[in-house]
Design a protein around this ligand. Structure first.
Ligand code: 2BA
Length: 109
């Protein structure tokens, strides 16, 4: 068995959960925050039998889209010690950041 941990954009999360559920996958949705943008994103935990891994990954790939976002990065001000001013930078986020872990045990009590 595998555990898929998929970090996706909030905009894709509802459709992704529905699509996975419709195809018979079990899903847990967590509200998370990206370390770089410090903006909300969504993390899904999806436990699957090995033979269903590719199917679940295909759903994630199909539903999740890359998008440009504007982030604010600090840069040092020249000539002023220790001072920083924010400036906007454009970053491409997603579609999905996915980790696949081996599951040692799966039990429900
Ligand atoms: P964030 O950390 O908020 O990152 C959002 C996007 O900002 C990233 O998109 C990437 O395009 C950009 N970015 C991140 N760190 C950067 C840096 N040091 N310099 C320049 N640009 C940077 P994605 O790579 O698609 O990541 C989307 C979200 O997935 C991340 O949100 C984070 O929550 C998660 N993530 C990505 N890689 C991860 C990893 N290795 N471990 C855990 N979570 C990860």
């Amino acid at each position: 068995m595998k555990l898929i941990i998929a970090i996706v954009q909030d905009e894709d999360a509802t459709k992704l959960v529905s699509s996975l559920m419709n195809e018979g996958y079990g899903v847990t949705k967590l509200a998370t925050t990206g370390g770089f943008l410090r903006a909300g994103n969504t993390t899904l935990m999806i436990g699957v039998e090995d033979k269903k891994l590719d199917g679940a990954m295909a759903v994630v790939e199909k539903v999740c889209h890359s998008r440009k976002q504007i982030a604010t990065a600090p840069t040092p001000m020249s000539g002023v010690t220790g001072a920083y001013v924010p400036y906007p930078i454009e970053v491409m986020v997603g579609g999905a950041t996915v980790f696949v872990l081996n599951v040692d045990q799966f039990k429900k009590f």
